[in-house]
Design a protein around this ligand. Sequence first.
Ligand SMILES: [Zn+2]
Length: 177
Amino acid sequence: MVDDRGRQEETWHVTGEARRGRGTRARMLACRLCGHRNRVLSGALDLPRCRDCHGPLPWLVDASDVDFAGVADAAALPVLVDLWAPVGPHGPRVIPVMEQVAGDLAGQVKVVKVNVEGAPRLSRRFSVQASPTLLVMEGGRLVACKCGPAPAYEILGWVEQVLPRAVAQLADPRNRG
Ligand SMILES: [Zn+2]
């Protein structure tokens, strides 16, 4: 009885969130090519481009249990998921690292940040033990997983290893704007 009520409440919350529409969360991201600041919605399906110069924007968005499927599983590009916790020695420090990674992988990878404290279902789905836990996903499928804090160059090297095709495109200057 209590379980049934709990489940109904959960469904209601998901429905309430869905009613407000996909991609309701936005971040302001600066274009690396021209500096123009652009508003990027979390649930956008296609690669965001600068309104000014049309170059690819760093794609860094937030997601939680209720919108992860629309934000990450359905994304057109490979996804780098950062499951982070606000408490602990490495919580806040990782945020600028992921901004740098999203900038260097602009046009190749969508970076999705998830605060695990507000995402118990994703914590269970990916058996999160450490903060941060980084995942590479393609088409909703888990490709690779990396636990613990790391500098941006190490994360970029790891993504290059697990997504050689995406990063080969990155190295080609014709694909950089
Ligand atoms: Zn631009």
